[in-house]
Design a protein. Structure first.
Length: 80
C-alpha cells in the first residue's frame, strides 16, 4: 500500500510550560487524526542543556485517502 507522509514540529516555549505544551500536542494529534493521519513515530528535539525543546511528529495515511472532515476554515464559517 502506498502512503502519504507528513512531518510536524511541536515546540515548547520554555521549560515552565508543560501544561501548554501537552495541550498543544494533544490538539495537534486530535486534529490530524480527524483528517486520517496516523502517528507513525516521534523524535525529541533536545535543547543546548539537554532538555526537550519540542517533538517531531511523523504521520502517514493511505495515498488514496479521501478527507471528508471539515477544514478549520469551514468550521469557522459554520460558527459565524
Amino acid at each position: 500500500m502506498a502512503y502519504k507522509h507528513m512531518v510536524l514540529y511541536v515546540g515548547r516555549s520554555s521549560v515552565f510550560t508543560d501544561a501548554r505544551f501537552t495541550d498543544k500536542l494533544r490538539n495537534t494529534l486530535a486534529t490530524h487524526e480527524e483528517h486520517g493521519w496516523e502517528l507513525a513515530s516521534t523524535a525529541a528535539r533536545s535543547g543546548p542543556l539537554g532538555d526537550v525543546s519540542g517533538l517531531w511528529l511523523f504521520f502517514k495515511r493511505p495515498a488514496d485517502f479521501v478527507d471528508t472532515a471539515p477544514t478549520v476554515e469551514a468550521q469557522d464559517e459554520q460558527v459565524a
